[in-house]
Design a protein around this ligand. Structure first.
Ligand SMILES: [Zn+2]
Ligand SMILES: [Zn+2]
Length: 267
């Protein structure tokens, strides 16, 4: 069954539209890998977000598919997150109600609290009805291998960047992979354990380098990047050492071996 996933303008999770979606455990059965989903926003609460939305009213704004689902290591409530695949934004908002009728079928027993849920399982009929109103912006899912190394964007915080950029044609697939890599691997260095926020405080929050394990030059065109196996988070020092010698990119294990007994003294 397809599902509607609600995106709030502000949330406890740093989700990135079209890349990562966090959700409470109770929705797990509805968001299995492969589920077709439609993105939804409720009525605007805070007007400062107006420019990052297609409409102030409740509306649908894009479609996607649920990718791999992970347990959120940072949650003590068993929350999960899903990688989002094939995100395709709509050109304009689809209102939740057209000609006085909701596009979603609300069960009689749920009239009072239907819109409260962050994830709503919907019928194929409702899914098709919503999409029949959609004008799609082209998905940029298949544009070859994005280079996430050596680009200034790589060194930006995951929370930075233009929120509304995904409505334009310049949707950054690169940033999308970076967000997925950080959701999976965390914000600490996978070689030495360094955590920028812990060391420098709030100012460095969200900062980490994302290293592509297979050099782009060896990658050969079309293969999709798997953020779990092809990417890893490294601190700036470790990342520099990995690339110190042009013809010899170190593996994370090699790097760990060098650190052990020198800088990182294990108990
Ligand atoms: Zn490190
Ligand atoms: Zn690298």
């Amino acid at each position: 069954m397809p599902a509607v996933i609600v995106e709030n303008d502000t949330s406890q999770w740093q989700d990135e539209t079209g890349a990562v979606y966090h959700f409470p455990k109770r929705y797990q059965a509805w968001l299995a890998e492969g589920t077709e989903v439609i993105y939804y926003k409720g009525r605007i609460q805070d007007k400062t977000f107006a420019s990052a939305r297609l409409s102030a009213d409740p509306h649908y704004f894009g479609m996607a598919r649920i990718g791999k689902v992970y347990a959120d290591q940072r949650s003590d409530k068993g929350d999960l997150f899903a990688l989002i695949e094939n995100f395709t934004p709509f050109e304009s908002a689809i209102p939740s109600k057209i000609n006085g009728a909701y596009l979603e079928t609300i069960p009689a027993t749920r009239v009072n609290n239907y819109w409260r849920d962050g994830v709503r399982s919907i019928s194929q009929l409702d899914y098709d009805a919503i999409l029949s109103h959609a004008k799609l912006l082209s998905s940029q899912a298949d544009q070859g291998t994005p280079n996430i190394e050596g680009d200034p964007l790589t060194f930006e915080s995951a929370n930075e960047g233009n929120k509304s950029s995904y409505f334009g044609t310049r949707y950054e697939r690169r940033k999308d992979l970076r967000v997925k890599a950080i959701a999976i691997h965390g914000l600490d260095c996978k070689a030495c354990g360094f955590d920028f926020e812990q060391a420098y405080g709030e100012h460095a929050r969200g900062f980490i380098h994302v290293h592509h394990i297979v050099p782009i030059s060896d990658f050969g065109g079309e293969k999709a990047v798997n953020p779990e196996t092809d990417l890893v988070t490294l601190c700036a020092n470790c990342h520099a050492v990995v690339h110190r010698k042009r013809e010899m990119t170190l593996s994370v294990d090699e790097l760990k071996g060098m650190l052990r007994g020198r800088w990182v003294i294990e108990p």
